[in-house]
Ligand binder design. Structure first.
Ligand code: PEP
Ligand code: MG
Length: 779
């Protein structure tokens, strides 16, 4: 049988480690694991403690020694996380950390039972107490801080009760504030726990106060006697009103007890009661057009004031900017001028703008429609004179730190939330890259979005969420908490390993599979570089310039392309896709006729055939940048060989116009129509490389509009066929074949594609490390 293991839990990692080392010096055969600190700073972490218990347990059980305050709660939480049998054989002792650990180490090292080790730890102060007789300031021996009860007390005591509302109860910080609050007064003050009967203890002893075991929401009885008894109690009253913060003390950055918010990264497990936030009920849209322009102007200012009051997050600034956006605001004012009621004008303008955003080419851009919708809702609320926001107040009124449960986490609501007063957020709609989610996670709040279950949760129910795996439990059992912890650890391990190797090549079977970043915004290039991307396999030029009001000149394009190349590294390949304008990617500077079926209409290379100089200019910009960077060009929406032959001619025109420089970009094409894929051999000698656009390929193979979620399940069923087709194609081609559609970002399909000979995968910039890891993991 192995020895009993020991765990030292402290708010300080060095302290826990030093206590362990000291104890090991005395009890050399003991197994001691230090579990100190949280997220590189002071604090305690239930995850860390549970891992320490698992490490210390050799089967004979574990004795855990803790320092103070939230260490106790974190340890209790840790016991929920670990295997129930292991929790059964774990004893947490209220023994002094250093002295207790030393004697426990000796006992455990000698093979003592868990009960004996715990008993030893508890008696650790006896020797010291015998050696150092202690007399308190009043002259009486106070033992462990209890009130001296020698003889009958004939003094007159005045009493008041207070509720401790600090999330971690009367732990070190509020207890210290209580000691400081009563110190200036000529009064003796004592405190008892009303609920558990502990006390009274003297109010000038922090450790005695902590020993009362007062938790959040518990009531304490504070009694005082002496000339300034009233004033002392008033001071305690003020302290309670300040939320148990010392005078002048700011609310700590993150007062959430460490057992609830363990690392502050926004990735930790969060468990707490649900505060269900219902947006203000939407009143019926009015129809009376009375002073509608004024009403709208007032509402707009109210929204501006509200959003501006929430801070200067760029996302909020963006929303404020949208209030004055000529297209959005213009739509509203035009409708009002035409006699529409302001609410209807806002409602319609919002719907139209949202519809336009939903047509954008990348999921990221489409998600920006959530911001427009949120802004429209605010304007309509303001038009009805309803108060804006209010979530912060609801959280304050809730009384405990909640998991906020709502339908949609807008940027404004996310900005209202103080990370110090919530445990986590669960939203029924939206995605992880929605702006509300981004703001909240940047504050370190664990957030999960897009979980319909949020709509079934009722106020006060216990909610547990794990952002890494996206798991959510309502009223979780112990086994479910255990499962959450396991999933969290697993995800963290995988993500850490992927990040650590992100900048190394991803090898499969002795060849490097290039993992590149898709770039639609300049920031994507930076993100890709940070994540170790091997250049870019797709620069969506039509998205880069989507908000330009004029067609960018050759110089202007060259400047933007240079920035991207410099961000990703000029030696890395940067694949510029020529204008893929039309259908879901309109730009204002190319005229296109309205079409009944724009996805099947004049888009991509078909549009360029109508404005060849636009394509020549773009090739010229690419050729210019190719003189100092590794540039490739690629043609979208190719169906016939003639289109490629024509594009090559335009390329040659550009080469001439640029004075036939030495360095020329490689010339490639996208495979995204079934016709091109089925006829791929005919294209092979015409291009230097191929890249499969799976987003369009799937929509054309399945006959499912890529933006229509109603037919998404049909599209999903076609994916295996598409993967087989790509794999077959890769096997029979001379030119290298890459993938730049969203399927490249799917870890599930990476093995089949790579095994078939796919040379590169161009993925969402944030996913480069994971896709590299998935390639390395192929057996
Ligand atoms: C594709 O169709 O898969 C592709 C990469 O291009 P886009 O999504 O920009 O149409
Ligand atoms: Mg496409």
């Amino acid at each position: 049988m192995t020895n009993v293991g020991l765990v030292a839990v402290s708010h300080s990692a060095p302290l826990a480690a030093a206590a362990r080392d000291l104890a090991l010096d005395m009890g050399r055969d003991a197994v001691i694991v230090a579990a100190g600190g949280a997220d590189g700073g002071f604090g305690t972490s239930a995850e860390l403690i549970s891992a320490a218990i698992e490490e210390a347990d050799g089967g004979a059980g574990v004795v855990v020694l803790v320092d103070l305050g939230s260490a106790v709660m974190s340890t209790e939480m840790a016991l929920e996380f670990i295997d129930p049998d292991m929790a059964e054989r774990t004893t947490v002792v209220p023994a002094p950390l250093v002295e207790g650990l030393v004697v426990a180490a000796v006992a455990a090292g000698a093979g003592a039972s868990r009960e004996d080790v715990a008993r030893e730890a508890m008696g650790a102060l006896a020797a010291k107490e015998a050696d150092i007789p202690y007399a308190d300031a009043a002259g009486g021996a106070m033992g462990a801080g209890g009130v001296d009860d020698d003889g009958p007390d004939t003094r007159e005591w005045i009493s008041r009760t207070y509720v401790v509302d600090d999330p971690a109860g009367l732990h070190a910080r509020p207890a210290g504030a209580l000691v400081a609050a009563v110190a200036p007064f000529d009064a003796e003050v004592r405190v008892s726990h009303v609920g558990n009967g502990r006390g009274p203890v003297v109010a000038r002893s922090m450790t005695s106060l902590i020993s009362l075991g007062v938790l959040e929401g518990d009531e304490v009885l504070v009694q005082a006697t002496g000339p300034e008894a009233e004033a002392a109690l008033d001071a305690v009253g003020e302290l309670a009103q300040r939320g148990w913060l010392a005078k002048g003390e700011a609310k700590p950055e993150s007062p959430i007890p460490a057992h609830k918010r363990q690392t502050g990264s926004g990735m930790e497990i969060a468990v707490g009661p649900a505060l269900v936030w219902n947006a203000q009920p939407r009143p019926e849209l009015g129809t009376e057009p009375k002073n509608q322009a004024d009403a709208y102007a007032e509402a707009r200012e109210a929204v501006r004031t509200y959003l501006s009051s929430l801070g200067d997050d760029p996302i909020l600034t963006l929303q404020v900017g949208l209030l004055d956006d000529p297209a959005y605001a213009g739509r509203i004012t035009t409708a009002i001028d035409a006699g529409k009621p302001a609410q209807i004008a806002v409602h319609n303008a919002t719907q139209d703008t949202v519809a336009e955003y939903l047509d954008l080419p990348t999921a990221y851009l489409r998600e920006r429609s959530e911001d427009v919708k949120a802004l429209g809702d605010l304007l309509i609320q303001a038009l009805h004179g309803l108060p804006l926001g209010g979530l912060a107040a609801a959280i304050a009124d809730f009384g405990r730190d909640p998991v906020v449960v709502l339908d949609s986490l807008t940027p404004a609501l996310a900005s209202e939330i103080d990370p110090g007063s919530v445990i986590g957020i669960l939203a029924a709609t939206g995605s992880a890259t929605g702006h509300g989610a981004l703001i909240a996670s940047a504050k370190g709040i664990p957030v999960i979005t897009g979980k319909e279950i949020a709509r079934d949760i009722t106020e006060g129910q216990e909610v547990a969420l794990e952002p890494r795996s996206g798991m959510v439990y309502v009223d979780p059992t112990r086994a479910q908490l255990h499962e959450l912890l396991r999933a969290s650890k697993e995800q963290a391990k995988l993500a850490k390993a992927a990040r650590e190797h992100a900048h190394e090549p991803a090898m499969f079977d002795g060849r490097q599979i290039y993992v590149r970043a898709n770039v639609a915004l300049a920031s994507d290039a930076e993100l890709g570089a940070k994540n170790g991307a091997d250049g870019s396999g797709l620069v969506r030029t039509e998205v880069l310039f989507a908000d330009w009001d004029h067609r960018p000149t050759v110089d202007e394009q060259a400047e933007v392309f240079t920035q991207i190349a410099e961000a990703l590294g000029t030696e890395q390949p940067i694949t510029l896709r020529t204008w893929d304008v039309g259908a879901d990617k309109p730009v204002s500077f190319f005229d296109s006729e309205p079409e009944d079926n724009p996805f099947l209409g004049v888009r991509g290379i078909r549009l360029m055939q109508r404005i060849p100089d636009a394509l020549v200019d773009q090739f010229r910009a690419a050729i210019r940048v190719a003189q100092h960077a590794n540039i490739k060009v690629m043609i979208p929406m190719v169906t016939t060989v003639a289109e490629v032959v024509w594009a090559r001619e335009m390329f040659n025109v550009a080469v001439e116009a640029e004075g036939r420089p030495d360095e020329l970009p490689q010339f490639g094409m996208m495979l995204e129509t079934p016709a091109a894929l089925l006829n791929v051999a005919a294209f092979d000698e015409k291009v230097d490389f191929f890249s499969v656009g799976t987003n369009d390929l799937i929509q054309y193979m399945a006959a499912t509009d890529r933006g229509n979620s109603a037919v998404a399940p049909v599209a999903d069923q076609v994916i295996p066929l598409v993967v087989d087709l790509i794999a077959d194609t890769a096997r029979k081609l001379e030119s290298p074949l890459g993938i730049c559609g969203d399927l490249a970002s799917s870890e599930e399909h990476v093995p089949q594609l790579v095994r078939a000979g796919v040379a590169s995968l161009s993925v969402r910039p944030g996913l480069v490390p994971q896709i590299k890891a998935a390639i390395r993991a192929i057996k």
